[in-house]
Design a protein around this ligand. Structure first.
Ligand code: SAM
Length: 263
């Protein structure tokens, strides 16, 4: 297995990896960054070999690094040993992870989603905060949900910040995207309950009847769910707000809903 050693910040691969902090570069290349040996190994275990594997001196002797390097090289990827300065620039952190992987983004077409393969799926309309999206992907994975459908103009699930928040779950659940019109057409064939979440709903989230597989629809952080999407749901529910706060954080509300519908 060939391993290159790179020490220059002007190296073409180093520049290309650093550029993955920018959405346009991620969209053009179809690639994204995931940091940390544990997460790289999880990715490999989920069938995603890195296209580029970069590691620093702190990881060189780690027994799991061999597994990651073999998977990368075996899939035709590049294995590169770098110095700490490069890792800091690549991760934009003073205290970087010792291993960074570059992976291919995967979007599942709506038509390839098998609703019955999970009890619960999550649709997010115009989610804007990468930390919220990453946390929701992690929660969906933890609760055994099938995946997350991004409806309308959403933040990139493959942003560095979002991927960090998923803690590796970005490799474990399906991610799809759709326009509002595509979502509304696809939703027509949904075999279970389509559940909207709305602060103005009159049905308590615990008292609704959820038919599996349930599809939970969550609204944007500022505006909430638009009327046309709320109207397309079988039921709209509200999680009770008992104190001064008038709403929950989107990722917290999504977590409560996923565990409510899955029982
Ligand atoms: N000002 C927005 C509104 O009027 O809907 C608040 C949006 S809230 C921060 C973001 C999303 O989280 C909502 O669209 C909804 O999907 C969900 N959410 C937050 N609190 C909720 C609650 N108490 N009941 C049901 N859904 C809630």
């Amino acid at each position: 297995m060939s391993v290159k050693t790179v020490t220059s910040l002007t190296n073409a691969t180093v520049k290309a990896v650093r550029a993955l902090h920018m959405r346009k570069e991620r969209e053009d290349s179809g690639l994204f960054l995931a940091e940390g040996l544990k997460i790289v190994i999880e990715a490999i275990d989920c069938g995603h070999a890195p296209k580029i594997l970069m590691y620093g001196p702190d990881a060189a002797d780690h027994p799991m690094l061999q597994k990651a390097a073999k998977a990368c090289a075996g899939a035709g990827g590049e294995v590169i040993e770098v110095n700490r300065e490069i890792l800091e620039k690549v991760s934009r952190r003073d205290n970087p992870q010792a291993v960074v992987g570059v992976f291919r983004q995967v979007y599942t077409p709506l038509s390839a989603i098998v609703p019955q393969s999970a009890d619960c799926w999550v649709a997010l309309q115009a989610v804007r905060d990468p930390g919220n999206l990453g946390t929701i992907i992690r929660t969906a994975d933890a609760a055994g949900a099938g995946g997350v459908i991004l409806v309308g103009d959403c933040v990139d699930p493959y942003s560095v910040e979002g991927v960090r928040a998923t803690m590796g779950s970005v490799f474990a659940v399906k991610i799809a995207k759709a326009t509002i019109q595509e979502f509304l057409a696809w939703r027509e064939e949904w075999p279970g309950s389509v559940v909207g979440t709305l602060l103005t709903a009159t049905v308590d989230h615990k008292s609704a009847d959820y038919v599996k597989p349930s599809l939970i629809l969550m609204g944007n952080e500022q505006q909430g769910l638009p009327p046309e999407l709320a109207a397309a749901c079988d039921v709209n529910v509200k999680i009770p707000m008992r104190g001064r706060a008038d709403s929950l954080n989107l990722s917290v509300a999504t977590g409560i809903m996923i565990y409510t519908v899955t029982g």
